[in-house]
Each structure stands twice: as C-alpha cells, then as structure tokens.
Ligand binder design. Structure first.
Ligand code: ATP
Length: 356
C-alpha cells in the first residue's frame, strides 16, 4: 500500500470544468471519502486517479511515483464500481482471477491468490458459481475480491453500495471498512451518501462544483463546517441569517436576539447562524428566552421533529428523542406556544453559502 497525492488536478470537458484544481492526500492505510452532490466531479476525479480519464492539468503521485501518465493497467489500483461489472460467462473464481490473468500471472500462480481473495470476502465456498446465481451483496463481494486479488497499492471504490438494498448496504459497508482496516488498504471511496461517508471514512472531502469545500473527519465537518454548504451537506442544519450583537448574542435578519458565543475562529464577515436541530431544547409555553409557535410535529419513531416559528417569519427545526409517559411535550399541539433554549456554545456563525 502507498500514499496517494493529488496535486491541482483539473479536468475540462469543452468549456465546462468538471474538476477544478483539486488537491488531496490519502495517507498510507487511510480511507478517504469524496462526498458531494451529483455532478460535483467525484467520479471524474476517481477516473483520473484510476487512469481512465486524462487530466487537463495537475499531477498524481502514488507512493512518491508520478503516475499521471501511467496507463491504467499498470497503475496498481484496484477498482470497484457501482455496477459490479462481473463477467456473466465466467465463474466467481475466473472473475476474481481476471485481473491477475491480464497481468500475465500464470494459471498455477493464480490459484492461491484467487483462493486468498475469496477467503477475504468469505466466498470461498461459492468459487464455482456464476454471477447470476448470486445475490447483489455476494456479487459486490466478488467484485471486491477481484480488486484485491492483484494486491493493489490503492483501492478505489465508486459508489460501491448504491445498487444494494438498505440492509445489504449496511452489511457490505461494514465488511469493506473491516477489510480496509485489517489489510491497511489506502482507499478512496466516492459517494453521495453522507451516512456512508461518515461511517466508513477516516476523512471526508466535501466537493461542490469541481472544487473542494472542506476536508476533515466526520466530526470536524459536522461540528465545525466552514460554510453553509458543508453544514447542510453533512447533516440537517438550521441556518438563520444574522449579525453579531455582542460576545454572547447575534441578531437575526428578523430582529430576534439569539444566544451564540463568539469563537476564536469567527470571521467578521460571518453572516449565518448555524445550529443543528438536536442541539436545541424545546418546552411547552413561553417561559424561556426564545419564544415561538409550534407549526408542525413529525413523529419519526425514536425521534420527533418539531418545526417552530420564531417571530414573524423565522423557522427552526428541533429534533429530540420522542417524548414518552409524562413528558410535557407529549401534550403540545400545532399552534401552541413553545420555547427554545440552547447552549451558547452550540451554534456557529459562518459565512453564507458562497456560490463562487
Ligand atoms: P454523480 O454523483 O452524478 O456521478 P459526480 O460528482 O460523480 O456525479 P462527474 O460524473 O464527475 O460528477 O461529473 C462532473 C461534471 O462533468 C458534470 O457536470 C458532468 O456532466 C461532466 N462530465 C463528466 N464526464 C463528462 C464527459 N465525458 N464529457 C463531458 N462532460 C462530462
């Protein structure tokens, strides 16, 4: 396994820029997720790293060696796609051995390598089956084994779970992460699913419009988003335009004074109060500082979501564990007065989403 370094990678299709000077690093044995909405350039980035798309400019290093112009089959990258891309006329073992055969590994040498790769994904007993005789989850594990059989220096995964149903997705997700950690695989995974990225990756790269918005651990991105785009992309977030009133409070555009402690990293241009729904406490009546009116209650099983109107026009969403037994929130109905409180440390003041 080797470290991946991507420097100012750019891809232009005609006049449109799909990837714009992207720089990132995946340390040896680390798993990094490229996360972003459809069309943000994730797949193009992965395909440039795999060698299927030639960059317009920039360079890529694997283990210190420049691979920018190295053809895909000599890059030593193991690739797993969304569509398992297994050959239907080949058995599982033949599929897993395909990459080895292409690299000129003899039949005799392939046998033990195929067996080892199938053992890793716990499919040794199905080596003679054909793909159509297997479930989607098993097929994706065959694709993983095929990518691993060549002992890649870099493991590249392109939305590997999106063809699986929810239960299988969770299973294969856990399996990939366990394998990645056990084998110390340097891995880059592309996904548009934040839960997938948060649960699997050591670090996340949030992309938008071909550019990197923020890089960090799931916790950093969730707790300390740099801008409103990241704040909303990694989880639900209340965003209220506001300006700082003093060290402890901000004033919203609608004229409300809300508590929010000034932070060391706060820029003077900050203009949006960002607070996660679960960081807000809600109670019936108008006894606390922030007074509102309940507009909607949504029961979500373990959690309940409350939409609250503050002042004339500002809305916030609050989530909390669903109230039970004698919890006063049980009897609150739409249009009732409610009050909100939050720890002054809970919100952040961040710049408004800049569409730069
Ligand atoms: P998705 O999650 O939908 O796959 P993505 O983040 O992977 O999206 P890309 O597939 O990398 O995004 O596409 C980035 C941009 O580049 C898009 O605007 C897309 O239309 C454009 N693009 C991608 N491939 C080509 C191509 N071969 N020719 C022209 N434009 C392309």
């Amino acid at each position: 396994m080797a470290k991946l370094t991507v420097e100012r990678l750019k891809k232009q299709f005609g006049t449109s820029i799909a990837v714009d000077e992207l720089t990132l690093e995946v340390a040896q044995g680390e798993m990094v997720a490229l996360l972003g909405p459809s069309g943000c350039g994730k797949t193009t980035t992965l395909r440039m790293i795999a060698g299927f798309v030639a960059p317009t400019s920039g360079r890529m290093l694997l283990g210190g060696n420049d691979i920018t112009r190295v053809p895909p089959h000599v890059r030593e990258t193991g690739l797993v796609f969304q569509s398992y891309a297994l050959f239907p006329h080949m058995t599982v073992a033949e599929n897993v051995g395909f990459g080895l055969e292409m690299r000129g590994v003899s039949r005799a040498q392939r046998g033990p390598l195929i067996a080892e790769a199938l053992g890793l994904v716990r499919l040794s007993h199905l080596a003679d089956r054909f793909p159509k005789q297997m479930s989607g989850g098993q097929q994706q594990r065959v694709a993983l084994a095929r990518a691993l059989a060549i002992s890649p220096k870099l493991f590249l995964l392109d939305e590997p779970l999106s063809n699986l149903d929810a239960k299988l997705r969770a299973e294969v997700r856990t399996e990939i992460r366990a394998l990645q950690q056990r084998l110390g695989l340097t891995t880059l995974i592309v996904t548009h699913d934040r839960e997938e990225a948060l649960t699997m990756a050591d670090r996340l790269v949030v992309m938008e419009g071909g550019r990197v918005r923020q890089v960090g651990s799931g916790r950093e991105l969730y707790e300390e988003p740099r801008d409103a785009f990241v704040a909303e992309f990694v989880g639900r977030c209340n965003l209220l335009p506001a300006t700082r009133e003093d060290d402890e409070r901000v004033r919203t555009r609608g004229g409300l004074l809300l508590s929010s402690r000034r932070r060391a990293d706060e820029s003077s241009s900050a203009s949006t109060l960002a607070i996660r729904p679960e960081r807000i406490a809600i109670e019936p009546g108008h006894h606390a500082e922030i007074k509102g009116q309940l507009e909607a209650v949504t029961y979500l099983g373990a959690h309940t979501e409350y939409q609250v109107l503050l002042g004339e026009s500002e809305r916030v969403v609050v989530t909390r564990p669903t109230p039970v037994r004698d919890d006063p929130m049980l009897s609150v109905r739409t249009s009732d007065p409610v009050s909100l409180t939050w720890d002054t440390e809970a919100p952040r003041l961040i710049p408004e989403t800049a569409k730069d």
